[in-house]
Design a protein around this ligand. Structure first.
Ligand code: BGC
Length: 734
């Protein structure tokens, strides 16, 4: 084998010089493949690895490279050939703050967290959000964004829940695709990440996820497949962890077979920072080594060239790696639309963030129509959550803050270079200030919630108590359980006992338990609501906007309902940002327990009643939905008419679930559409169903068995209308 590679390597080396036909002088800008091919042929030997490895670039010693902006990464360009450097920032929720190292003068806009975006069930809105982030990045000097966080919310304790979208592959994939398309519309290249099955932080650098191929294809992989089809991201970032034994960035099955062969992906695979352990990851499909100083060696420079000299496999890969990076640069237009330092319309950007928070907050309870609050209350007790200062942000590489940094901060640890990005921080959007602006004649009494005594006293004297409750999450750590920390459960229970007109506003990364649910009047799930979170929350509480968010993840009634009641590794792995573990430490996580039945599908399979189901969310109006006429061609689809039955404008999310598949009971979200309706208005919608959701992955292909498919519209995965029958023929496809 080695001998063959050596011979073939020599032949290829000659071929690249002699045999290949000349291409036309200037391929059209719209033909990125031809342009990549042409540039590839012009690369000098010393340039053949320039694009294949990059620096971790939060801080670099002078002299800094051309175009350098402190950010997550930097890859040298090839100016001689007009190939720009890749100037990279993290950006799942906005252009990342980086502990303030950029020294920005201009503001940066934080979108609400991933589950908030996903609660909108609104791909157009996510595309707008992406375009906003892309524009800000371009104006700050970046041309690559490490965005498109798209891991499935398989584990609700995952510390990065707030960076991802949902537990459902269709919802996640369509939304991530829209966000990526939005970013790239600004000529800023986006990733999707972290490919794949990187669904918990504990032991993230080494844990080994076991999952069968059908289960993976129908869940996490389907989510990435959809995101890639819709968003056409220039790059895919592979994950730290192992999947069925092989590291994410050295996983031949995931990278070569699934991504590049089966999905025909033409962009490049970049590593996560510190995720490259060996040179032969290049043969497994990794195209670019990021954050090279963090790895044991800069594998994708001299060692790669040396290997390519003697080995056809490596030789061919070096061509392919370059071709892929170049193709994406041209496809997104990085060379033709270089970043330009400038001011952007920050007001318009803040409005996008506010719109996401308005559409992404979910009203979970509204007993006796406590909400919307009237504008003439005498006194409101505002309790907890640092509501005097701001709204909560999630921590880690994705953290976004403006030039002034956080409005408030609590240290979480650990010490060291990453600590600033791990601290519990708050965006400068103060609920107290927003409430005061909305009801200037109402007396607001704020209590921190640190002591029950004064919180209860304030609640007792008020017409309404609003408790701001928080659950902090950060990259690098999973939460140990789904309780509200710092005694907040007891605080809410005590306040509600003192005043049943208690509204709980949750700012949490993901689902939490609510032992006090039955005793409070209302619950608004605001997630991490971003740069204009307080303004959006206030508008929703007072009915200036009508809540329309629907949960993108199931809330269990307790951890006992989860496929893994105890978090794997919680007792054996020391938490931390890098999380490398002790030498030789292993951790196996069995995802075949639930397989592709992630989240709501698991609850349906096990006949469990969760606290709140996927898709659930209340409104200040009511809707009537009637679906009919399911047809199989040209793509499976049905028609639904939706009417707003109330006297307020509002948005409904029509959700179509597959409940039986050729005689086998199942529960799968097969299609959805959000629609905004004026009072009394009705609209007819055509809802397309995703064919891969109506199929199994078996024996290397999608298989749709012949038979009857039952489809039900629902207000959640558990609140379903009587099903309609769609008859489908047998069909197999790749
Ligand atoms: C994270 C990535 C991030 C990268 C660069 C890693 O620790 O897992 O999401 O893009 O750092 O900051």
């Amino acid at each position: 084998m080695r001998m063959f590679r050596q011979i073939a390597g020599a032949v290829l080396a000659m071929a690249s010089v002699v045999v290949l036909p000349a291409l036309s002088a200037t391929p059209a800008a719209s033909d990125p493949d031809a342009r990549a091919e042409q540039t590839l042929r012009k690369l000098r030997p010393a340039e053949r690895t320039t694009l294949l490895h990059g620096l971790s670039a939060a801080w670099l010693p002078p002299p800094v490279p051309p175009g350098y902006v402190p950010g997550a990464g930097y890859v040298y360009g090839i100016p001689r050939l007009g190939v720009p450097p890749l100037i990279e920032s993290d950006a799942s929720l906005g252009v990342a703050w980086l502990g303030g190292r950029r020294g920005d003068k201009e503001p940066t806009t934080a979108l609400p967290s991933g589950p908030s975006m996903a609660s909108s069930w609104n791909p157009q809105l996510l595309q707008q959000g992406g375009a906003m982030i892309g524009t800000e990045a371009h104006a700050k000097g970046f041309n690559v964004l490490l965005a498109g966080g798209n891991n499935l919310l398989r584990e609700p304790r995952n510390g990065r829940t707030f960076e991802y979208f949902s537990e459902d592959p269709l919802l996640s994939g369509t939304l991530a695709g829209a966000a990526v398309a939005g970013i790239q519309s600004a000529h800023v290249l986006s990733t999707v990440k972290h490919y794949a099955l990187n669904d918990q932080e504990t032991g993230r650098a080494f844990h080994d996820v076991l999952i069968s191929e059908p289960a993976a294809r129908e869940s996490d992989l389907l989510s990435f497949q959809l995101a890639i089809e819709r968003g056409q991201p220039g790059a895919v970032m592979c994950a730290y962890n192992r999947i069925n034994g092989g590291f994410g960035c050295g996983n031949d099955w995931l990278l070569n077979q699934v991504l590049k062969r089966d999905w025909g992906y033409k962009g490049w695979v970049m590593s996560d920072w510190g995720a490259v352990h060996q040179l032969d990851f290049a043969l497994a499909g990794l195209d670019q080594q990021s954050g090279q100083q963090i790895d044991p060696q800069v594998f994708f420079d001299k060692p790669l060239l040396d290997a390519a000299k003697n080995d056809a496999g490596y030789w061919a890969r070096v061509d392919d790696m370059n071709r892929r990076v170049l193709r994406s640069i041209y496809a997104v237009g990085l060379d033709r639309h270089p970043p330009k330092l400038r001011k952007v319309d920050v007001k318009a950007h803040a409005a996008v963030a506010e719109q996401v928070a308005l559409q992404g907050s979910v009203l979970l309870r509204n007993n006796g129509a406590l909400l919307p609050l009237p504008g003439n209350l005498k006194r409101i007790a505002v309790i907890g959550g640092n509501a005097d200062a701001g709204v909560m942000a999630g921590g880690g590489s994705s953290l976004v803050h403006g030039p002034d940094g956080p409005a408030a901060l609590r240290t979480i640890g650990p010490e060291g270079p990453f600590s600033k990005m791990m601290n519990e921080t708050y965006h400068d959007s103060s609920p107290i200030k927003a409430l005061r602006a909305r009801v200037p004649n109402t007396q607001l009494s704020f209590r921190s919630g640190r002591y029950l005594t004064d919180a209860v006293a304030a609640a007792r004297q008020a017409d309404v108590a609003v408790v701001f409750a928080t659950q902090y999450m950060s990259e690098g750590y999973d939460v140990p359980d789904l309780s509200l920390p710092d005694g907040q459960d007891a605080l809410i229970a005590a306040v509600a006992a003192a005043n049943p007109r208690t509204v709980v506003v949750l700012q949490t990364g993901g689902p939490v338990r609510m032992p006090w649910l039955g005793s409070v009047g209302a619950v608004l799930q605001a997630w991490y609501p971003g740069a204009r979170g307080a303004e959006a929350i206030t508008a929703l509480l007072f009915g200036d906007a009508n809540p329309s968010g629907r949960l993108p993840i199931t809330f269990p009634s307790s951890e006992a309902q989860l496929p893994r009641p105890a978090l794997d590794g919680a007792e054996t792995v020391e938490p931390g940002f890098v999380g490398r573990g002790r030498p030789g430490q292993t951790l196996t996580i069995n995802y075949d327990i639930e397989g592709s039945d992630v989240g709501y599908r698991w609850y349906a399979r096990q006949a469990l009643q969760p606290l709140f189901a996927l898709g659930f969310g209340l409104s200040y109006t009511r809707f009537d939905t009637n679906c009919s006429n399911p047809v199989a061609t040209p793509t499976p689809q049905l028609t639904c008419s939706v009417r707003n039955m109330g006297d307020r404008a509002g948005a409904e999310v029509v959700q179509i679930y597959l409940t039986s598949m050729a005689g086998t009971a199942t529960r799968r979200l097969a299609g959805y559409q959000r629609v905004m309706l004026a009072p009394g208005e009705s609209r007819e919608l055509r809802i397309e169903l995703e064919p891969r959701v109506l199929a199994h992955w078996r024996d290397g292909q999608w298989q749709q068995p012949a038979g009857q498919y039952l489809l039900a519209s629902g207000r959640s995965s558990l609140d379903l209308d009587p099903p309609l029958t769609l008859t489908l023929p047998a069909r197999n496809w790749k």
